[in-house]
Design a protein around this ligand. Structure first.
Ligand code: ATP
Ligand code: MG
Length: 131
């Protein structure tokens, strides 16, 4: 999912280019916006963390672009491609090193397991939006 800062900065093209060049097939993609309630639902796994309120406020502050991506070993390879959560710690050449502004405005979200990728894909897309 591209976060509001990535869309505001005009980085849809730059980031999706890197995703495709890394061998991911974009199966579904759209521009949409979360309400604070929906952001809270999406990030429910972080409910107990101190930054949960800020995270939900930030993720509903502007449009986002969720995607379903396909590749072998997708979760692990995608997390390598996006880099560390804090862009100051993200390896050179990763999406967050190149495009993220701060730990909250960090350009992109990646699922952390196959099970969560399934849940998160179903959160945003119906079966008719996947090709
Ligand atoms: P994501 O789930 O968005 O791919 P991540 O898996 O690298 O990121 P998580 O630990 O799952 O990181 O945290 C989810 C999001 O919450 C982060 O992307 C970041 O925007 C925000 N976040 C994480 N830690 C902090 C923090 N210490 N302060 C502020 N925001 C944070
Ligand atoms: Mg995470």
């Amino acid at each position: 999912m591209l976060k509001p800062d990535a869309l505001n900065a005009g980085n849809i093209g730059g980031i999706t280019k890197m995703i495709e060049e890394a061998g991911f097939k974009i199966v579904a993609m759209k521009k949409t916006r979360l309400t604070p309630e929906l952001a809270g639902k999406f990030y429910a796994i972080h409910k107990e963390r101190p930054f949960y309120g800020e995270l939900c406020a930030y993720m509903s502050s502007g449009p986002i672009m969720p995607m379903i991506l396909e590749k072998s070993n997708a979760v692990e390879d995608f997390r390598k491609l996006i880099g560390a959560t804090d862009p100051k710690k993200a390896a050179p050449g990763t999406i967050r090193a190149l495009f993220a502004k701060s730990i909250d405005a960090n350009a992109i979200h990646g699922s952390d397991s196959d099970a969560n990728a399934e849940i998160e894909g179903n959160f945003f897309f119906s079966q008719f939006e996947r090709f």
